[in-house]
Design a protein around this ligand. Structure first.
Ligand SMILES: Nc1ncnc2c1ncn2[C@@H]1O[C@H](COP(=O)(O)OP(=O)(O)OP(=O)(O)O)[C@@H](O)[C@H]1O
Ligand SMILES: [Mg+2]
Length: 348
């Protein structure tokens, strides 16, 4: 079942924290809500769940306006960062909770609890209490509890952020598997971890300052971000302040040949080039500067090169013989690997 935000605005004490959000999650789609702290991600989720009432706009589930429905009538499963399990209840009782509240017959509760625990790999721990489980296991129970009600829509609010990195990547793979097993389930997944968003989501909605900044597939946002914020929030980005010229752009004293599209000559703009698309050595669109830092990252070296007062990052395959600090080097990139964005904060 799809989710639609139709110009949803939420305010606390007159303070707008979600500003006319328009966003559609298709049936069966995983949409990640990505953005910095305070950007309104949890608020958007709470508006879908019914825990906060919009001051304007409508929330639709499966085409039906649910703005005035109480949370328990919306058919939603929700998982939050802190698990929020009942400590005095056993695992199976926690998983059964939503079904009991909905007065589902006993026999069916037993069956659905077993099914949800099987799906999340918790079948062997039915009689334990939450305190007898690891963080990852507790989060599985929380997911099982949300699944047991057979929701049409799952809302996940940073479900993995309390777990360590290794567990997180394991759980990420499990969530992807769950979604393959339940292909009709729509998921709205809040995170501020771009790896989670890139791995799991069909599309990503990028939020900043109560507003939707961009929405698209991970590839679209990475390859052709609409603005500086999206470029730097989804992946790493070199954002070079440039001036549009007749056959490319000017970056400080350097002329770069890139596609300027519709941009008018003389206009200020920002050139976005991903660090892994910047090469070391001679090539087209050459930038010459001084190495200010070199980081060894296992398979790659990250070079920071100061070019006309701007730091440019290059991620290159591990160098046998990396340049020294202060060395003068040339960087280059292909015209098709650069994207011209509207001028933004990079112009200072
Ligand atoms: N109950 C509340 N009363 C007043 N202000 C609130 C309330 N809940 C959230 N806010 C404010 O709304 C804004 C958005 O909060 P929200 O929780 O949606 O952010 P978020 O994107 O989920 O951030 P985080 O990544 O830190 O969880 C924040 O400025 C926050 O302080
Ligand atoms: Mg939040």
């Amino acid at each position: 079942m799809g989710i639609r935000f139709d110009s949803v605005t939420v305010a606390y004490d007159g303070n707008v924290v979600l500003d006319a959000l328009d966003l559609t999650v298709e049936p069966g789609e995983v949409m990640a809500l990505l953005g910095p702290s305070g950007s309104g991600k949890t608020t958007a989720l709470r508006a879908v769940a019914g825990f906060v009432r919009p001051v304007a706009g409508r929330v639709l589930l499966g085409g039906r306006d649910v703005t005035d429905l109480p949370p328990y009538r919306r058919g939603i499963g929700m998982v939050v960062q802190s698990y929020a399990l009942f400590p005095h209840l056993r695992v199976d009782q926690n998983v059964a909770f939503g079904l009991r509240a909905r007065k589902v017959p006993k026999g069916e509760i037993r069956q659905r609890v077993a099914e949800a625990m099987e799906m999340t790999g918790m079948a062997g721990h039915a009689r334990r209490h939450p305190r007898e489980l690891s963080g990852g296991q507790q989060q599985r129970v929380a997911i099982a509890r949300a699944l047991a009600i057979r929701p049409d829509v799952m809302l996940l609010d940073e479900p993995l952020s309390a777990l360590d990195a290794q567990l997180r990547s394991g759980m990420l793979a499990e969530l992807a598997r769950l979604h393959r097993e339940l292909p009709d389930l729509s998921m709205l997944y809040v995170t501020h971890d771009q790896v989670e968003a890139l791995t799991l989501a069909d599309r990503i909605a990028v939020m900043d300052k109560a507003r939707l900044q961009a929405c698209g597939t991970p590839r679209q946002l990475y390859r052709a971000p609409a603005n500086e914020f999206t470029a730097s929030f989804v992946g790493n980005a070199n954002l070079l302040p440039v001036t549009v010229g007749p056959a490319g752009v000017g970056f400080a004293a350097t002329e770069l040949k890139v596609d300027t599209g519709e941009a008018a000559a003389g206009a200020r703009a920002t050139l976005c080039v991903r660090p892994h698309l910047v090469g070391l050595g001679e090539g087209p669109n050459r930038l010459t500067g001084t190495v200010t830092e070199i980081q060894w990252r296992g398979a790659t070296h990250r070079l920071y090169v100061e070019v006309d007062g701007h730091s440019v990052m290059a991620d290159v395959r591990e160098l046998k013989d990396p340049p020294a600090h202060g060395a003068t080097v040339s960087l280059h990139f292909a015209a098709e690997d650069a994207v011209l964005l509207p001028a933004g904060v990079s112009h200072g």
